[in-house]
Design a protein around this ligand. Sequence first.
Ligand SMILES: [Zn+2]
Length: 97
Amino acid sequence: MLLNAKEILLKEILYQYLNQLNMICHCEKCIEDVLAISLNQVKPQYITDIDKISYSKSEMVDKQKNTAMLVILIEAASTVTTFPRCEKRLPMNKENS
Ligand SMILES: [Zn+2]
């Protein structure tokens, strides 16, 4: 089974800091959008076994890398909040689509 370790790690960090990302909407679609935008900006790191995630995690203990991931998430969250694609979007955005 092929897994992207970055996806798992980013998801974990996202839920850990969800309340600090200042998102107007926490629905599944918006969360997925944040993840998609973030994941497109990081190099994927594929693993063949979920057990191997611990290797990637020990790498993430490196605070600098962890912070870099968080910065990417914060930027993605602000993009999604500005242009939400779910029903929570503002009426003015609705007219434009
Ligand atoms: Zn939403």
